[in-house]
Design a protein around this ligand. Structure first.
Ligand code: FES
Length: 125
């Protein structure tokens, strides 16, 4: 790498935590979070971004960007709808900072299990 090139770095903060980690503009927030010393800060505070497939497929790393500029890679509409994307929701493994960011973990709750309904028919009716 050219020693004159300086990779742009930004500070990533989780809402309601004191810690932050730095993320290059050309890497994903999830990757930077896993590389960061003190990765556990968010875990011990009870606020964390979950790590799953790291490829945009599972949706567990979903966050809401509360402030800061960013861009995203392709995201499945199963995990982030167009409306949610407009409100700042993104997958951390598809999120590239363009400035310092403040994030709120926003993992979707698992889908509700529906109780199968039993339909009875009265043969005499
Ligand atoms: S870790 Fe699976 S979608 Fe980001």
């Amino acid at each position: 790498m050219d020693s004159h090139m300086v990779r742009e770095r930004h500070a990533i903060r989780l809402e309601d935590t004191d810690g932050s980690f730095s993320c290059y503009a050309d890497e994903t927030v999830l990757k930077a979070m896993e590389r960061a010393p003190g990765f556990g800060f968010a875990v011990t505070s009870g606020r964390r971004i979950s790590v799953g497939c790291r490829q945009g497929g599972c949706g567990v790393c979903r966050v809401q960007v509360l402030s800061g500029a960013y861009r995203t890679g392709p995201m499945s509409r199963a995990h982030v709808t167009a409306e949610e994307e407009a409100e700042g929701y993104a997958l951390a493994c598809r999120l590239y900072p363009q400035g310092d960011l403040t994030l709120r973990p926003a993992r979707k709750p698992p889908p509700q299990k529906t109780t199968p309904q039993t339909i009875t028919t009265d043969p005499k009716a």
